[in-house]
Design a protein around this ligand. Structure first.
Ligand code: 5J7
Ligand code: CA
Length: 500
């Protein structure tokens, strides 16, 4: 009896401490959820409604929101003004502190977590007439931001980043004129921690750390270690650590490596974005995806934060160049997202954009300044300048597929020697792709129990019928699969919950 008690205690301690060590790598999703969406430039009130009306019911796990703290107001309101902080007051074009707090509460109640994009490598660059979205003033020319307050002694000396082969320069100099904070200073760390811990207290589940490549891993470690545990009043287990995913753009060939950050938290895998784009654009045959993962030069699955496109590289700005797929590439984009969500590799984020035709363009507004709300149509799509990729049936249903397949292995890989591929996720789910310019029309092993299933890409289950293609699985698990070359989507997916 005593022995049992002792071994129970030892187990508890072991389990407790391993939780502690791993929690920074855990998105802290509500149970059964696996996928994050970036609601780029959305307003807090609109996000709260989206959690209740769509994201919660569809099984999404979380949302990356645009920066929440005061930013500089730039004349024509480009999207990137939000990456130029003036203070840590929670007032932006997305809403104020009370609206933010209310959104976090409502989303957590709907089972959907909030992750904040935090910008603390730098403060705003110099502009004529500096004013922030909360009304604060600053003088970037003299490195003065009184609403924090930060003054010149809190920053690195002025120098420009022009050589990415010099790690000291990349971390201690200014990225396109943005005033570079010195995160080794205790005053700077304390102001950053006040900001982050305030967000944790409001119920957020973690942070996207902007421009982590431009900060020293040792400074980041000190900051992360001083973060509070997540707020148990918002449904998080006691002792939960905030999820940390760091933006480190590393396609190789620079002084700084993504591997310098993997001990601290999860890291953005920009190679995944470039490679999935190249493959589904048809520049590589899909059969090569059979060893998708670290053999492609990617981080390990638990370290890799993956996405088809992000707010930066979708505009041709950031890493990946012409290979990146976006909402503008309808069919290939849906196929790439379906592959990312069906494949067990990595921690995925779906992008949700506003439409743009120029790379500086900000979100839709009502009057040139105030952000417009998305209009939601009867068929679930958005309008009013919002693309809402996360609402596309082919993408939303794949978030459900990933939840159902969670915990199973990829098995029964099939390909035609070219760009038709298929695989199972345990005995829970099956998916097939056709990126060849001829039909896929053959019998394949689905690994599913006998029955008739509804393809969740061409349609979905509606009561006892299917609005898309039906797939008949025999007692041997095999089914006839057809994806014609001229179909809208190029994917077919079924799972145990799409059985009719
Ligand atoms: C940093 C990198 O290490 C990198 O590899 C990369 O591809 C981009 C950046 C980068 O990060 C930023 C983070 C911020 O919080 C704020 C920023 O303004 C930037 C940023 O500007 C930035 O680099 C831009 O894009 C690169 C591809 C160019 O090489 C850079 O010169 C820079 O381009 C500049 O963009 C233009 O030179 C300038 O004329 C223009 O006004 C400015 C507009 O701002 C942005 O494009 C913001 C980009 C941004 C990128 C991010 O990854 C991000 O998380 C946030 C913003
Ligand atoms: Ca820096």
């Amino acid at each position: 009896m005593l022995l049992t008690k002792i071994s129970f205690c030892v187990l508890l301690i072991l389990f407790g401490s391993s939780q502690q060590a791993y929690a920074q790598f855990n998105p802290n999703y509500a149970s059964g959820r696996t996928t994050m969406v970036h609601l780029f430039e959305w307003k807090w009130d609109d996000i709260a409604a989206e959690c209740e009306n769509f994201l919660g019911p569809k099984g999404y796990g979380g949302i990356q929101v645009s920066p929440v703290n005061e930013n500089v107001v730039v004349g024509n309101r480009p999207w990137w003004e939000r990456y130029q902080p003036i203070s840590y007051l929670l007032t932006t074009r997305s809403g104020n502190e009370q609206q933010f707090a209310n959104m976090v509460r409502r989303c957590n109640n709907a089972g959907v977590r909030i992750y904040v994009d935090v910008v603390f490598n730098h403060m705003a660059a110099d502009h004529s007439n500096v004013r922030g979205t909360a009304g604060s003033t600053a003088n970037p020319g003299s490195k003065s931001y009184p609403a924090v307050p930060f003054s010149s002694t809190d920053f690195h000396a002025t120098c420009a980043i022009n050589n990415y082969n010099d790690a000291n320069q990349v971390r201690n100099c200014e990225l396109v004129g943005l005033k570079d904070l010195d995160q080794s200073k205790s005053w700077v760390q304390d102001r950053i921690l006040d900001f982050l811990n305030k967000l944790i207290n409001l119920g957020v589940a973690g942070f996207r750390v902007d421009a982590a490549k431009h900060m020293w891993p040792s400074d980041l470690k000190n900051i992360y270690n001083r973060l509070n545990n997540l707020n148990t009043e918002h449904g998080f287990a006691g002792g939960s650590r905030p999820f940390i995913y760091q933006e480190v753009i590393d396609l190789g060939g620079e002084a700084i490596s993504k591997y310098e950050y993997t001990d601290l938290g999860v890291v953005t895998e920009f190679r995944h974005s470039a490679a999935i784009g190249r493959s589904f654009r048809g520049h590589d045959q899909l059969r090569w995806l059979t060893n998708w993962g670290p053999e492609w030069g990617f981080l390990s699955s638990t370290s890799a934060f993956v996405f088809v496109d992000n707010h930066d590289n979708q505009r041709g700005h950031g890493a990946g160049g012409g290979d990146i797929l976006t909402y503008k590439n309808g069919k290939q984009y849906k196929m790439a997202n379906a592959f990312m969500l069906a494949h067990p590799f990595g921690i995925p984020r779906v992008m949700s954009s506003f439409a743009f035709d120029n790379s500086d363009q900000g979100p839709p507004t009502t009057d040139g300044n105030n952000i417009a709300s998305p209009r939601i149509n009867a068929d679930n799509s958005c309008s009013g300048g919002w693309v809402c990729e996360h609402r596309w049936r082919q993408i939303a249903n794949m978030a459900g597929f990933r939840n159902i397949a969670s915990g199973t292995n990829l098995q029964n890989w099939w390909d035609n020697g070219s760009s038709q591929i298929a695989f199972c996720r345990g005995n829970k789910a099956f998916i097939a792709f056709n990126n060849d310019n001829y039909d896929l029309n053959t019998s394949l092993q689905t690994c599913l129990p006998a029955g008739t299933y509804c393809d969740i890409i061409s349609g979905e289950k509606s009561g006892s019928s299917c609005t898309g293609k039906s797939v008949v699985v025999g007692s041997d698990g095999r089914a006839h699969i057809s994806i014609r070359q001229n179909e809208d989507d190029g994917v077919l997916a079924i799972h145990v919950e799409s059985k009719l």
